[in-house]
Design a binder for this molecule. Structure first.
Ligand code: TPP
Length: 273
């Protein structure tokens, strides 16, 4: 597929993705807008600028992999995959309907182009390091990217996978923590603080890069740096804003798992015009 390094173009695509997210969750009357909106620039930069992939050939064995471990943010992944050509744009508004390819959480039984079914938090990094190991054994030039939530990393399994990745020197794996500082029921710092986050990933043996997760140039630089690291997996600590791009959703824990009303969708679309 056409790749681009053009930042203006990537910003425009990010706006389109945000509009899809708001509209599809509004139509479904349920879903997770906040954590979908915070992840937009990371996924857009990955799918348009970083991943080696081919939507016309989703089973290409040498494709790079992306796993959305925080599977409840499915609307951002569906919108990006649809805009890339993996699946229909006009069906996005069937989100969460019985039998839709766009289930509430990514489900390969309905959308086989997904790399993994996710939604039960804490599992994606284990999948990613497994893929990293398999690519090494198969001698394939595949890189695997996985996005985790900051609430999600309270799960113990994440740290087992982190130890495994560093121990096996999986430099073909990149974890991105979408550090929007809010989880399901409030601010991470009030529920179970994850700081010092950079020091933790470093201590677990990961090459760790802290960045602004809404800055496309910063994301491009971080992914390029990660690709140059040898003998260590990389962790990107991406500072983001939950609900980014829609004023009344930004940094507002309410919009973790509450759909916008019709009027709120209209207001959001004005802001995202
Ligand atoms: C194992 C598991 N426990 C609980 C949930 C319910 N749940 C869905 S989203 C969420 C909060 C996740 O917060 P975070 O990882 O910070 O995601 P983000 O803020 O980026 O949306 C929880 C607890 C789940 N999906 N899986």
């Amino acid at each position: 597929m056409k790749q681009t390094h053009n930042i203006a173009e990537l910003r425009e695509i990010s706006k389109i993705i945000r509009r899809h997210i708001v509209v599809m969750i509004g139509e479904a009357k349920s879903g997770h807008p906040g954590g979908s909106l915070s992840a937009v620039e990371t996924l857009v930069t990955l799918y348009w600028d970083v991943l080696r992939h081919d939507p016309d050939n989703p089973e290409w064995p040498d494709r790079d992999r992306f796993i959305l471990s925080k599977g409840h943010a499915a609307p951002v992944l569906y919108s990006v995959m649809a805009e890339c050509g993996y699946c229909p744009i006009d069906a996005l508004n069937t989100l969460r309907q019985l039998g839709s390819i766009y289930q509430g959480h990514p489900d390969r039984r309905f959308l086989p182009a997904l790399e993994a079914s996710t939604g039960s938090l804490g599992e994606g990094l284990s999948l990613a390091v497994g893929l990293g190991m398999a690519s090494r054994w198969d001698k394939r030039p595949v890189r695997t990217y996985v996005m985790l939530g900051d609430g999600e990393i309270q799960e113990g399994q994440v740290w087992e996978a982190a130890m495994f990745g560093a121990f096996h020197k999986l430099d073909n794996v990149v974890a991105i923590v979408d550090y929007n500082r809010i989880q399901l029921d409030g601010f991470v710092k009030d529920i179970m603080e994850v700081e010092p986050l950079v020091a933790k990933w470093k201590a677990f043996g990961w090459h760790t890069i802290e960045l602004d997760g809404h800055s496309i140039p910063a994301l491009q630089a971080a992914f390029a740096e990660a690709a140059s690291v040898k003998g260590q997996p990389s962790a990107l600590i991406a500072h983001t804003v939950k609900g980014k791009g829609v004023s009344f959703m930004e940094n507002n824990p309410k919009f973790h798992g509450v759909a916008p009303t019709k009027a709120e969708v209209e207001q959001a679309l004005k802001e995202l015009a």
